[in-house]
Design a protein around this ligand. Structure first.
Ligand code: AHG
Ligand code: MN
Ligand code: MN
Length: 348
């Protein structure tokens, strides 16, 4: 019998499809000493739910799942049918795996206790981000943060398991349902991006070790709200214009963030008169993207402190968000600080 060692084909006849997300997660498990594989399984569960949501968003125009659901969420925002569907899909995926004990979701008023006290992880999720763009076929996303619970495994979940600052995240990521669907995540060892190959049903590593440009030429802000900006924000956006930067604003945070992460840019959602803390939520929007930004060499702040260091006090808490290329965020911070009101203290 003749035995030959396998020689990978070098002819270039068939291009390599590369590394699947599953394989990559498995390879990276060794980054964690004593890893039990549960975080890996949890990431795989999220990826599976993302594939299902991807399928639903792709056929939304045909399947009568576009449009409003007819109810508002706890924040008084009108829920779209796909918001509700995505929430169901992720809830199911996270509850079946057994790794998670509690979930915070944009679409749920309260913390959802999965009654699985042996679960090690808490997940905060925005199941569908950018819902105003669903019905017009523009990119939308999913954002997730994963925390290790603080209380002992086996005991009922407590507030401290959920109200953790972003620095405690063990993993975070987003899915972008765009011209191609991507999953980008970090476990604190850099950021990697995967593109979905629908015919194979797999995410493949397409953007290894993403590094954000230190500077950029794009600024992203809802300029319609200019009237209610502080002088600091007006100053910074005036500066962007004087530098003739490009304005790009999709209105889906995931999509705006992703573009700026790859190309270089800054995204700003400041406080307004009606929403002094802005619109975006700390637990399931800002924290995950801040973790990814920092891991890619970019920055995220609320104008006063690192997003990741904010101690949450409520589930659906909002925060101003300035996130993106290092130098741009620094310049924005400089101009915000310059205009901060100095209240003189009078010693009598
Ligand atoms: P969501 O659809 O999860 O409620 O999030 C919408 C957010 C975010 O994706 C986007 O950047 C922002 O709302 C846009 O807000 P404006 O329409 O006020 O600009
Ligand atoms: Mn959102
Ligand atoms: Mn949402």
């Amino acid at each position: 019998m003749k035995i030959l060692p396998y020689q990978p084909d070098q002819s270039g006849m068939a291009y390599s499809v590369g590394t699947t997300l599953d394989r990559f997660i498995k390879l990276k498990q060794s980054d964690f000493p004593f890893a039990s594989g549960e975080l890996s399984q949890l990431l795989r569960d999220i990826a599976l739910a993302a594939k299902i949501v991807n399928r639903e968003t792709n056929r939304a125009g045909l399947a009568n799942i576009g449009g409003a659901f007819g109810q508002t969420n706890v924040q008084g925002e009108e829920q779209q049918k796909l918001d509700v569907i995505a929430n169901i899909r992720f809830m199911r995926a996270l509850s079946k795996g057994g790794e998670v004990c509690a979930i915070v979701s944009e679409e749920e008023d309260a913390v959802i206790d999965l009654q699985n006290n042996s679960g090690k992880y808490v997940v905060a999720i925005d199941p569908l981000d950018g819902s105003s763009n669903i019905d017009v076929n523009i990119s939308i996303g999913t954002i997730f943060s994963i925390y290790r619970r603080k209380t002992p495994i086996g005991s009922p979940i407590q507030e401290e398991d959920v109200m953790q600052p972003g620095t405690e995240q063990v993993a975070a990521g987003y899915v972008l349902y765009g011209s191609s669907t991507m999953l980008v995540y970090t476990t604190g060892f850099g950021v990697n991006g995967f593109t979905y190959e629908a015919s194979l049903g797999e995410f493949f590593l397409s953007h290894p070790n993403i590094e954000a440009p230190k500077n950029g030429k794009i600024y992203s802000i809802n300029e319609g709200l200019e009237k209610s900006w502080t002088d600091g924000i007006k100053d910074y956006i005036g500066f962007c214009k004087s530098e003739q930067l490009s304005a790009r604003y999709i209105g889906s945070l995931v999509a705006d963030f992703h573009r700026n992460l790859l190309k270089g840019g800054i995204y700003l959602y400041p406080g307004t008169q009606s929403n002094p803390n802005g619109k975006l939520r700390l637990l399931y929007e800002a924290n995950a993207l801040a973790f990814i930004a920092e891991q890619a060499g970019a920055k995220a702040t609320d104008g006063n402190q690192r997003i990741l260091e904010i101690q949450p006090t409520s589930l659906h808490q909002r925060t101003p968000l300035y996130i993106g290329s290092d130098k741009m965020v620094d310049e924005a911070l400089r101009r915000i600080a310059r205009h901060k009101q100095i209240i003189p203290t009078i010693n009598l």
